[in-house]
Design a protein around this ligand. Structure first.
Ligand SMILES: [Zn+2]
Length: 345
């Protein structure tokens, strides 16, 4: 291996990413070096590309971006045990601290000192990624590199969908982005009776029907209440998964829930907006905020479900060579893509 690699770098404080030659990272004693095969483009990467307000205050320059990846281990730090060269893997992109109360209690996903690869630390849009061995998740043979590269967002979907018992329940998902669509597939797999997914983008709703057996509702054309009646959901939805960050969607969800309904929130609202708290109180609704994935319980469950019939492969709508990354970002920005994969092999 020579010690240079190609990488997609946020090199300048303006719109775009730049394909550059960068040094291959050094592998510390507790790290592995991963040869990247495939990466997924995330909404987060679009924020970084656009250099919006959030990106400006969060991302240090210059930074290799990207956090959704699959690859194989090509170097092991001297303290690393239980992993081997050539092992195919993905990995948790949240690098946790060891000092907080949450970490010491084993609730790694709640560690306030978490730093994200491709956001705060050097990322995975590159030929090589250094990662703490702790964060590596081995891939079984039956999980392809394409699916390996979307386990990070699938993990968000799994973490959100499995927040509440879904068996036999009627589930409403607001927002048919890739995570909403994958959460719908997880909810069906986990035994929900009906899964209804709302959006205002017909392309995304059509894509949702290609991934799993759900009921799409375009709220610009159809009344959710009519669909509910047709499906014989008499008292409202039992479980809500809010994936849009849209205030109107959340409002409609709260309106459509059963008494005592449970809502998991992954979508991020753009600003502080009041919601009608009296309805939360009078309907006795439980709200749960979702951040990231449970480390590593979500990873375990998601791989187990993929090995037992969960199929989300149709969520991948585009493949590009990493050199064509601009086309990949364009496809993402057009708003109708599912997951977009960049190939680094
Ligand atoms: Zn992501």
């Amino acid at each position: 291996m020579n010690n240079e690699m190609k990488a997609l770098v946020k090199a300048h404080a303006r719109e775009g990413l730049w394909l550059q030659i960068e040094p291959v990272p050094d592998t510390g004693p507790d790290d592995v070096l991963i040869r990247i095969n495939k990466t997924g483009i995330c909404g987060t990467d679009i924020h970084i590309w656009n250099w919006d307000k959030w990106a400006k205050k969060t991302v240090p320059l210059p930074l290799i971006t990207g956090h959704e990846f699959a690859g194989e281990i090509v170097e092991l730090g001297r303290n690393v045990e239980g992993l081997k060269l050539g092992q195919r893997c993905s990995g948790e992109g949240h690098l946790i601290g060891k000092k907080s109360r949450q970490s010491r209690a084993g609730k790694f996903h709640l560690d306030p000192e978490t730093r994200g690869i491709g956001v705060n630390e050097q990322g995975a849009f590159a030929e090589y990624l250094r990662l703490p061995a702790f964060n590596v998740v081995a891939l079984p043979d039956e999980i392809s590199d394409d699916i390996g590269a979307i386990l990070d967002p699938l993990g968000n979907a799994v973490h959100t969908a499995l927040s509440f018992d879904l068996v036999g329940e009627d589930v409403l998902i607001t927002g048919a982005g890739p995570i909403g669509i994958m959460a719908a597939a997880v909810a069906r797999h986990a035994g929900a009776r009906n899964v209804v997914i709302t959006d205002i983008n017909q392309d995304r709703l059509d894509l949702a029907t290609k991934v799993s057996d759900i009921t799409p509702v375009n709220v610009t054309k159809d009344e959710l209440a009519d669909v509910q009646a047709r499906l014989n959901i008499t008292q409202g939805f039992d479980v809500g998964l809010e994936m849009s960050g849209n205030e109107i969607a959340l409002d409609q969800m709260i309106e459509s829930m059963v008494m005592g309904g449970r809502i998991a929130l992954l979508g991020i609202p753009p600003c502080k907006k009041p919601i009608d708290w009296s309805r939360i109180v009078f309907k006795a609704i439980t709200l749960k905020g979702i951040y990231g994935r449970e480390i590593f319980e979500t990873w375990y469950k998601m791989i187990a479900m993929l090995q037992n019939g969960l199929n989300v492969s149709n969520i991948i709508t585009h493949h590009f060579n990493f050199g064509d990354f601009k086309h990949g970002f364009e496809a993402m920005k057009a708003g109708s893509a599912g997951k977009v994969i960049l190939d680094w092999t």
